[in-house]
Ligand binder design. Structure first.
Ligand SMILES: Cc1cc2nc3c(=O)[nH]c(=O)nc-3n(C[C@H](O)[C@H](O)[C@H](O)COP(=O)(O)O)c2cc1C
Length: 296
């Protein structure tokens, strides 16, 4: 036996009052329309129908249920209902409906056709659930989501604007840095080096040697060699670059220590640290020769 048949059997045995009591006990509204009459008039509405819509049986019986739509007859979901009714098939939709006091509520409507023993359509059963709270929560959530997306867009645009302003400032700073560097180089070339040469001419042999080393030092510090040594890879400090220049110009540890007013042990330590940073600590290569190869 099909479940529908057993249900019909059970219904036949029920007294009308018992059936009415069962339908009235449901928290969702239940209505029955006569499908054999034109425009499917309502022949039964449960108690919950009155609770949800505010319309009494006297307000509703004999009418088509569209009166719940107020003036809202162009909802796209109505097309689904019309098609289901035409095809004599069940359907479920959510509609905007209006209570007797005019307030709107969201109605989840489940429609099911009822046939007699054969294929003759006799009734439609409608089950209505008030899903207003759920719908409004969804609408609120969507609106929060939209607000959030707008906020993220605005923040991203603002960050983009700040980023390009920052890039502009950085490129300006880079230009200024280059211009300062060029000025320094020009001053070393035009003023300091000629002056040192002039002093060198009247200086003794020892001072001349020191002046020459100083000149090499200055040239290298302002040349690509200095830049290469101070690359982050090597991380040489200005003091170490100075020592490199002195080594490169042929001075020994003792002479460098005298020139820089430091001890030979300190200079020796610094030589070791330079070798480490240049990654030649385990390489027997001579530091002065190695530094010569770095010159571009
Ligand atoms: C049993 C039954 C219950 C219905 N319940 C509702 C309802 O609660 N709310 C509603 O807007 N429409 C309901 N309808 C749909 C309308 O009665 C009608 O079929 C729909 O508005 C489409 O037809 P129309 O274009 O002629 O209005 C119900 C229909 C049936 C058959």
């Amino acid at each position: 036996m099909k479940p529908a048949d057993s249900l019909l059997g059970a219904l036949k045995d029920l007294r009308a009052e018992t059936l009415g009591a069962a339908l009235n006990a449901a928290s969702c509204a239940i209505v029955i329309a006569d499908a054999r009459k034109p425009d499917f008039p309502l022949i039964y509405v449960s108690r919950a129908f009155q609770t949800i819509t505010g319309f009494s049986p006297a307000d509703s019986l004999g009418k088509n249920c569209r009166f719940l739509q107020g003036n809202d007859h162009s909802q796209p979901e109505l097309r689904i209902i019309r098609k289901a009714l035409k095809d004599r098939r069940p359907c479920t939709v959510v509609l905007a409906n209006y209570r007797k006091d005019g307030t709107r509520f969201w109605n989840e409507l489940r429609l099911a056709p009822v046939f007699d023993g054969g294929d003759r359509l006799t009734h439609y059963i409608g089950i209505q659930t008030d899903v207003t709270a759920q719908r409004e929560a969804e609408i609120k959530l969507k609106s929060y989501q939209k607000d959030l997306e707008r906020l993220v867009r605005e923040r991203t645009d603002e960050l983009d604007r700040k980023n390009s302003a920052l890039k502009e400032v950085l490129s300006q700073l880079e230009l200024e840095k280059r211009s300062i560097q060029n000025n320094i180089l020009a001053n070393v070339d035009r003023l300091i080096l000629p002056l040192m040469k002039k002093i060198g001419r009247s200086a003794g042999r020892e001072s001349q040697k020191a002046l020459n080393a100083l000149e090499t030092n200055l040239r290298d510090l302002t040349s690509p060699f200095g830049e290469r040594l101070s690359r982050p890879l090597h991380r040489l400090s200005p003091r170490e670059i100075e020592i490199c220049n002195l080594i490169k110009s042929g001075l020994g540890t003792k002479e460098i220590a005298q020139l820089l007013k430091s001890s030979t042990a300190t200079i020796e330590n610094q030589r070791n640290s330079i070798r480490k940073k240049l990654r030649i600590s385990r390489n027997p290569v001579n530091l002065a020769s190695y530094l010569q190869t770095l010159k571009s």
